[in-house]
Structures are given as structure tokens and as C-alpha cells.
Design a protein around this ligand. Structure first.
Ligand code: SF4
Ligand code: SF4
Length: 177
């Protein structure tokens, strides 16, 4: 039969030596490798008791920002959604009503704002595109979930706690207490 390549090798069927037959040398070699690892630094981190430090450029879960008076910064301009290569962001705009000036910074705001974390690739382009400093990627990640709907993050998940009415929650969210 004609060979397709010249890489074919005849299998050697020589008789095993006594040392090869008792596998002792190979067992010793294997045990030596295991033994050496007892003195090397353990690369495993005992999560969740210990947490790995993130890189300074880590991009994690999104946060919708408020200004220093606790008003939502997002104006539902849609630039983040346009910039998003994964089409993970959707929103619905609404007009601010008289008396809501303490809730929303601009006349228009996002009545609904959703990010699909299963689509998101955490590229940070939404943060770059935002002219209002309204969205940024934090140093946490989306926790696991048993159903897909749990990965659609709405305003209730994304908005930071109000620094005026919920200063304690904000400090907690930032890991300050
Ligand atoms: S981080 Fe990237 S992929 Fe994720 S929502 Fe923002 S722009 Fe889209
Ligand atoms: S997060 Fe920023 S870019 Fe996105 S809709 Fe709001 S204001 Fe516009």
C-alpha cells in the first residue's frame, strides 16, 4: 500500500528489559515530580476565603454612576449601546418630570437600562463612549447564576447606591466598611 506521507514509522516490538517490566524506574520518576511540587509555591487560591488580586486594568461588572447629589448621570443618549460590539446594551429613554430634578441630572434619563452579561465581552467601549461619566466597569464580576435571565442586569443591579440617601450602602459597595 502506498503511504500518504514519509512520516510512517514501523512499530518496534522489542522485548522489555527486566527494569522496564517492573516499572520501578518510571514510578520513581513520577514520585519525584510529585515530591518536587511539595516545595513549590501553591498556585491554587482558596476561593472564596482568599481572592485573587485583579490587574490594575481589570474590567469587571458595570456600574451606573450617580453624581455627588445622588442623581442618575445617564441621559439615555444611546452612545454606549452604539459603541458596544456585542450589542449587549438596551435602554428606553424617558423625559424628566417637574419635581424629579433630585433624581435625574438631565431632562432625559434611562427609564430602562439593561446589559446582557452573557453577551458582554467586558471590552470597556461603553465606558469610553459615555460623555456623562455615567457608566464604568468596576473591579467585581458577574456572579454565577442558574438561569439565563439572571444575567440580564437592569438598573436595580447596575445603579450605585445613592451617596446622599444610602451613604452606608455605597461605602459597603465600595468595600469601605
Ligand atoms: S463592556 Fe463592551 S461588550 Fe460589554 S457592554 Fe460595554 S461595550 Fe458592550
Ligand atoms: S451610559 Fe452614558 S453613553 Fe450610555 S446612554 Fe447613558 S449617558 Fe449615554
Amino acid at each position: 500500500m502506498q503511504a500518504l506521507t514519509n512520516r510512517a514509522k514501523a512499530v518496534e516490538r522489542r522485548k522489555m528489559t527486566f527494569l522496564e517490566r517492573i516499572y520501578l524506574w518510571n514510578i520513581i520518576k513520577g514520585m519525584w515530580i510529585t515530591f518536587k511540587h511539595m516545595f513549590t509555591k501553591n498556585p491554587t487560591i482558596q476561593y472564596p476565603e482568599k481572592k485573587r488580586e485583579f490587574s490594575p486594568v481589570f474590567r469587571g461588572l458595570h456600574v451606573l454612576n450617580r453624581d455627588e447629589e445622588g442623581r442618575e448621570r445617564c441621559t439615555a443618549c444611546g452612545l454606549c449601546a452604539v459603541a458596544c460590539p456585542a450589542e449587549a446594551i438596551t435602554m428606553e429613554a424617558a423625559e424628566r418630570l417637574p419635581g424629579e430634578e433630585n433624581l435625574y441630572r438631565e431632562e432625559k434619563y434611562a427609564a430602562k437600562y439593561e446589559i446582557n452579561m452573557l453577551r458582554c465581552i467586558f471590552c470597556g467601549l461603553c465606558e469610553e463612549a459615555c460623555p456623562k461619566d455615567a457608566i464604568y466597569l468596576s473591579e467585581t464580576f458577574a456572579p454565577s447564576n442558574f438561569n439565563r435571565k439572571g444575567f440580564i442586569y437592569g438598573k436595580d443591579n447596575l445603579l450605585i447606591p445613592n451617596p446622599v440617601t444610602a451613604a452606608g450602602d455605597l461605602a459597603k459597595a465600595k468595600g469601605l466598611n
